[in-house]
Write a protein of this length. Structure first.
Length: 431
């Protein structure tokens, strides 16, 4: 038997929560062979793990059985509130589904093993987890920019969320010189490509139909280039086409973007957000776009509450769009009192700039550079950059970006550092 292994974190080295006795016996055998304490392997699945870790420090390596889960992808997110930073997570399960496997790994899970699993398989997986834990972490001194994911969501249709999403992506790619992906998830009525006078193509629809095709080569071929630093994935699917998805394609696309781009801007329709909350799993900054109306205030309250529950690791900036004399039903102070939060930025109405942008195939930030609206968009971009630089750029609720470990190693579970900012709810940041 190997000598007991002590992780560099000073925490317990290992713990396992397993649903059945045969697997539990094999895990204990593998643990003994690697110098882990076999008494840390206990009966119980994901729910037992969450209950135990809620009242104790999480181990360096955690093995959890998902066999008792009805919806593994959503239920595993319960670990987000209880797992310490740096934990490497391995999952076991009975679901033989390549989409589940890819989605879990794309989210940053270290490994997913299909039951029944043998002792040698467990030994190999645990040894790999130990190696990942010992790998050096990438830092700012490495010269690599962390990935930043930004979601732009409108409280209501027509508030200009897509216009702001295009402008933010353009500013990321030009003023910040960052390689940027703009993902428009309005499959039937997307305008991201239209904003830059580009053809949308079938890339997004193909990704939804065939998530297994999504890789670096697919991304390169499917996206349209607005400039050397800005790639766009948008769609204008036929209205007669019903695109059925469980959200796997969206998660895999975003995982590929994390390895291919420095920034990802998601133009996120409210319906997609509600039906597929996993899209926000690695989003660090949310731009909630509204107008100063009673309906805008009502829906801001509802959406901020939803974001507190489903994206607690993200910073939310409330942006009032198309403001100015005679444009709103209520004033800024009354709006802020109603939503019990601050408006981070006001973007003035610029009808002339919007018309110029439409005619020239430009985004508003480019067409209105010399106007008050252009200045407001610059200020918004500066706030986004500050948000992205506030700790980790991504706000992962489940697992960290797999690229975080140097040399392309597996991901580590690093949640409390990300969630500390949002334990009392998603931030509504003031300017």
């Amino acid at each position: 038997m190997n000598a007991p292994w002590k992780p560099p974190t000073g925490r317990d080295a290992f713990a396992a929560f397993v649903c059945d006795d045969p697997t539990l016996d094999r895990i204990r055998a593998a643990a003994i062979g690697l110098g882990f304490a076999p008494e840390k392997c206990v009966r119980g699945g994901l729910r037992s793990a969450i209950q135990a870790l809620a009242v104790s420090t999480s181990p360096a390596i955690l093995l959890v059985d998902l066999s008792d889960c009805i919806d593994p992808l959503n239920e595993i997110q319960g670990l987000a509130e209880v797992c310490e930073p740096g934990t490497v997570v391995i999952a076991l399960g009975q679901t033989n589904d390549v989409r589940l496997y890819r989605t879990l790994l794309a989210s940053g899970l270290h490994d997913y093993l299909l039951k029944p699993v043998m002792t040698d398989q467990l030994t190999e997986a645990l040894a790999g987890a130990r190696a990942a834990l010992a790998a050096p972490r990438a830092s700012a001194s490495d010269g690599e920019r962390p990935h930043a994911a930004i979601a732009v969501i409108g409280t209501r249709g027509g508030v200009g969320a897509s216009t702001l999403a295009a402008s933010i992506a353009w500013s990321c790619s030009t003023a910040d010189a960052a390689s940027t992906a703009l993902l428009d998830l309005d499959v039937h009525f997307g305008t991201a490509a239209l904003a830059f006078d580009l053809e949308p193509g079938r890339g997004l629809a193909d990704a939804i139909d065939n998530p297994g095709r999504i890789d670096g080569l697919f991304i390169e071929r499917a996206m349209s280039r607005a400039n050397p630093n800005l790639a766009i994935l948008s769609s204008e699917a036929p209205l007669a086409t019903t695109l059925a998805t469980d959200g796997t394609a969206f998660v895999q696309l975003l995982a590929e973007f994390r390895t291919s781009f420095a920034r990802t801007v998601i133009d996120l329709p409210r319906g997609v957000m509600i039906n597929f909350p996993q899209v926000l799993a690695n989003v660090g900054t949310i731009i909630l776009v509204t107008e100063l109306t009673l309906a805008g205030a009502r829906d801001s309250i509802r959406m901020l509450a939803w974001l507190r529950a489903h994206a607690p690791g993200a910073q939310t900036l409330v942006v009032a769009n198309r403001t100015g004399p005679g444009t709103g039903e209520i004033g800024r102070s009354e709006f802020e009192t109603t939503i019990e939060g601050k408006i981070a930025h006001l973007v003035p109405l610029d009808a002339k700039g919007a018309a110029t942008a439409a005619k020239q195939g430009q985004c508003l930030a480019e067409a209105a550079r010399g106007s008050k609206t252009g200045a407001a968009l610059k200020a918004l971009q500066a706030a986004i950059n500050a948000s992205c630089a506030d700790g980790d750029a991504d706000g992962a609720l489940v697992l960290r970006d797999p690229a975080d470990a140097a040399g392309g190693g597996k991901a580590r579970f690093d949640l409390k550092a990300l969630l500390a900012r949002g334990r009392s709810g998603a931030k509504v940041a003031a300017s």
